[in-house]
Ligand binder design. Structure first.
Ligand SMILES: NC(=O)C1=CN([C@@H]2O[C@H](COP(=O)(O)OP(=O)(O)OC[C@H]3O[C@@H](n4cnc5c(N)ncnc54)[C@H](OP(=O)(O)O)[C@@H]3O)[C@@H](O)[C@H]2O)C=CC1
Ligand SMILES: Nc1nc(=O)c2c([nH]1)NC[C@@H]1CN(c3ccc(C(=O)N[C@@H](CCC(=O)O)C(=O)O)cc3)C=[N+]21
Ligand SMILES: [Mg+2]
Length: 285
């Protein structure tokens, strides 16, 4: 029997606990606050930002949505970030990616105070992660680790294969799995004989943006398959990077799309926003 790793259910369970933490913090005079900046009108980004806002509100986290026109200059964006960095009532700052052409993504990321970088994309936080030091971790890989933990899957000693090497998913996923004692293989668009690599995986994490590219013949029977993809197939339907219908019967466990990694990403963002806010309790006293 294949286990469906239910990210929606797991996120809901984690959020019930987090809500209590938020209530306690508020009683201590600290309302966790998350600022999400969206530049432009990319429809997918708008959906993710709305999902974040809803989840924050339902937890009692203050959620600022800052919508800027796609004509916003880099200097204007950096100015907004500087204001949020200086605002002691703001805990987390997230700039939704991708940014419109003409804005230097790294300049923007590096302008966010590392303490408020709730995405964990600042090089300081990336360095902490790869050094196995505490810090904010990118929410998608953090959420995947939380999902595995919820299902009591211990990755120690596993052959973990990651397909995709982006800064927001593949690379931080590799660091986290290594920190948890998996043996990690990174693959990407230049990898030769990809199927040979993926078939060796006890744990396969896929983040390519290529609809349903991972087929049953690429998966070891019984493997744990984590599908990060949020893609549209030819018919315009939301699918993952894994051919779910073909792979699910082969896999030991698999995440669905939607309802897998996506809700865990949002839950992780909330968990880390609250963790940052907790520090304010001590600063106040
Ligand atoms: N559910 C969630 O919470 C999230 C979902 N996503 C989704 O995950 C997917 C990936 O996102 P992201 O990491 O930002 O994507 P990027 O486009 O930044 O990176 C894609 C990676 O996949 C690799 N790749 C592309 N095609 C192939 C191929 N045919 N074989 C092997 N590797 C390949 C690329 O290789 P190379 O480096 O060589 O170009 C690259 O490293 C998207 O569908 C995105 O929407 C993303 C973030 C969060
Ligand atoms: N600075 C930044 N940080 C991010 O974390 C970030 C980003 N930029 N840019 C884009 C990606 C993508 N991402 C998702 C978040 C939620 C869902 C999500 O809620 N998914 C739901 C439903 C999605 C739907 O219905 O379309 C699900 O999978 O069930 C998906 C994808 C965060 N990202
Ligand atoms: Mg860009």
């Amino acid at each position: 029997m294949t286990t469906v790793l239910d990210g929606k259910k797991t996120a809901d369970a984690l959020m019930t606990d987090l809500k209590n933490t938020v209530t306690t913090l508020k009683a201590q005079g600290v309302t966790p606050a998350l600022a999400v900046i969206l530049v432009g009108d990319d429809p997918a980004s708008a959906i993710y930002v709305r999902n974040k806002h809803r989840r924050a509100e339902s937890l009692g986290i203050r959620s600022l949505q800052i919508q800027l026109p796609k004509t916003t200059t880099q200097a204007e964006l950096l100015g907004r970030i500087a204001d949020l960095n200086a605002d002691s009532a703001i805990d987390g700052i997230l700039v939704q990616l991708p940014l419109p052409a003409g804005i230097d993504e790294q300049a923007v990321i590096q302008s966010i105070s590392p303490e408020k970088d709730v995405d964990g994309f600042h090089p300081i936080n990336v360095g902490r992660l790869w050094t196995n030091l505490p810090g904010v971790v990118a929410s998608t890989p953090y959420g995947i680790m939380a999902l595995l933990a919820y299902y009591q899957i211990d990755v120690s000693g596993m052959n973990a294969v990651i397909v995709g090497r982006s800064n927001i998913v593949g690379r931080p996923m590799a660091a986290l799995l290594l920190n948890h004692d998996a043996t990690v293989t990174m693959t990407h668009s230049r990898t030769k004989a990809l199927a040979e690599k993926t078939r060796a995986a006890d744990l396969l994490v896929v983040a390519t943006g290529r609809p349903e590219m991972i087929t049953a013949d690429m998966v070891k029977p019984g493997a744990i398959v984590i599908d990060v993809g949020m893609d549209r197939n030819a018919a315009g339907k939301l699918v993952g990077d894994v051919d779910y219908a073909g792979v699910a019967p082969v896999a030991g466990a698999i995440t669905p799309v939607p309802g897998g990694v996506g809700p865990m990403t949002i839950a992780s963002l909330m968990i880390q926003t609250v963790a940052i806010a907790k520090r304010r309790v001590h600063e106040q006293q």
